[in-house]
Ligand binder design. Structure first.
Ligand code: DUC
Ligand code: ZN
Ligand code: ZN
Length: 479
């Protein structure tokens, strides 16, 4: 089975050049000028368009059981919606309940994800600690292709990781060559501020950002980074939303610490005025954590992305419909936290980033695909346009326009945080495993076609004090 993408300009993280791309049996087999279309081969006309690595969203929560309900978008609908926007791979999260074995949770998520239509991988959250967690982290890295562990510093009384868990888990991750990641918000402060606001009679969605001010994120970001510094481990901060957290990332990077930062398309595009909407439904639809921030934070986040201090873009795609959000009608702390965006991340970032000159096309590829592939060790299988890599590609029409709306999106949720935004530049074709799965507004996907991607642990790296750390096992790329 072959597809030839003809007449386009290939855009990678490094360069842009005119070339055709031949995909055979799920892999890119040739990249070069004037490739011949053999008889019967499917040809995609990419004239006037860009051919880029498919997007990687390193932060999604499909069908997550959370806050008494389950996210409305599952692995089938969610990966399909991603393909419609040019995203060909997601990294989702296995989140064990406290005291639940990591292996049991991992197996549960693997079962749920069998219906995915595009490739995916998993970070695994460490939500509690004992010897079995230590042991299971080893199995997950060595036998099951997990190389990153997540820590929620918020959600007290549920999945919050306190300092003891952070220290134990970061230490173990370092031993294994895996990357610790953190949701940085001080859970104790959030908890106490929620109680205080509710006591004051502030029960509506406007209480949500008030209970999670930027300093709450800044404190946790600094704490996680300093803990990582002491333990000499790299660390990755998911959804950096506040300038206080970004400052912590920049300071540490300037001191030579290996710290990575992710920013959400939503946090770049949407500000906190959404919580003042008179309609409970509209305000609640935007309740996610960390919350949307005042505009001055957005400006700093763009600068963080432009300067390379933030390396990846994601969505934290975690959808709840209006009937689910209604659980918090009388108490904002009970509104299920989460918003969507996996379908729109690439187009809103192109429009607001490339069309405005904030990002070059090559930087766009870096922050939407290649950096995530490299940081989470899927490169060059993912995130590249190279012979031998997976044929996960997007053909991007820079002249194509679209007005984003929940009425027309593929996402299985009744709201879109980018509602009404008109973007210029969008996917015309998406190729997943060498198949044209999205073309001119139509999806053609196969339930279960998505594969679980093994991510090996990291190669020898320089630790925080500049000493080369030798790994005991040879490093291999799973291609
Ligand atoms: N934040 C959300 O908004 N939803 C899911 C989990 C999270 O950290
Ligand atoms: Zn989070
Ligand atoms: Zn998340």
């Amino acid at each position: 089975m072959s597809v030839l993408i003809k007449g386009g300009t290939v855009v990678t993280a490094e360069q842009s050049f005119r070339a055709d791309v031949l995909c055979t049996d799920g892999k890119i087999t040739q990249v070069g000028p004037d490739l011949d279309a053999a008889d019967g081969i499917e040809v995609v006309d990419a004239g006037g368009q860009y051919v880029m690595p498919g997007g990687i969203d390193p932060h999604t929560h499909m069908q997550l059981p959370f806050m008494g309900t389950v996210a409305s978008e599952d692995f089938y609908t969610g990966t399909a919606a991603g393909l419609a926007g040019g995203t060909t791979c997601i990294i989702d999260f296995v989140i064990p309940a406290p005291q639940q074995s990591l292996m049991e949770a991992y197996n549960q998520w693997r079962e749920w994800s069998e219906k995915a239509v595009a490739d995916y991988a998993f970070h695994v959250a460490v939500t509690w600690w004992d010897e079995s967690v230590h042991h299971d982290m080893g199995r997950l890295v060595e036998e099951f292709g997990v190389n990153s562990f997540k820590h929620f510093m918020a959600y007290k009384g549920a999945i919050m990781a306190d300092d003891e868990i952070l220290v134990n888990s970061f230490t173990r991750a370092w031993e294994l060559g895996a990357l610790p990641t953190v949701h940085a918000e001080n859970g104790e402060l959030v908890w106490q501020l929620q109680r205080k606001l509710l006591d004051m009679g502030i029960t509506g969605p406007e209480g949500h950002p008030q209970s999670r001010p930027p300093e709450v994120e800044g404190e946790a970001a600094n704490r996680a980074i300093r803990i990582a510094q002491v333990l000499k481990t790299p660390v990755y901060l998911v959804h950096v939303s506040a300038k206080e957290a970004l400052e912590a990332v920049i300071r540490a990077r300037n001191e030579g610490q290996r710290v990575f930062g992710e920013v959400l398309a939503g946090h770049l595009m949407v500000n906190d005025s959404v919580y003042l909407d008179k309609s409970f439904e509209k305000a609640a639809a935007h309740v996610m954590s960390p919350p949307f921030r005042p505009k001055d934070h957005q400006r700093e986040l763009w600068r963080g992305l432009q300067s390379g201090n933030l390396q990846t873009t994601a969505t934290d795609h975690c959808c709840f419909c209006a009937d689910q959000k209604a659980a918090g009608r009388d108490d904002f702390s009970k509104i299920p936290n989460g918003t969507g965006g996996v379908e729109n991340r690439m187009e809103v970032l192109w429009d607001a980033g490339v069309n405005t000159g904030k990002l070059t096309m090559n930087e766009f590829v870096r922050v939407t695909s290649t950096n995530a592939a490299q940081i989470f060790n899927m490169y060059p299988r993912k995130g590249s346009v190279l012979a031998g890599a997976d044929a996960d590609l997007v053909v991007w029409d820079p002249e194509g326009t679209k007005t984003i709306s929940a009425k027309t999106h593929f996402q299985n949720v009744d709201y879109n945080i980018f509602e009404g935004m008109t973007v210029k530049g969008k996917a015309s074709h998406t190729i997943s495993q060498g198949n044209v799965v999205y073309k001119d507004g139509e999806l053609n996907v196969e339930r279960g076609a998505g594969r679980y991607i093994h991510r090996p642990p990291f190669a020898p790296y320089f630790d925080a004090i500049g000493k080369v750390r030798e790994r005991t096992k040879p490093f291999s790329v799973d291609r």
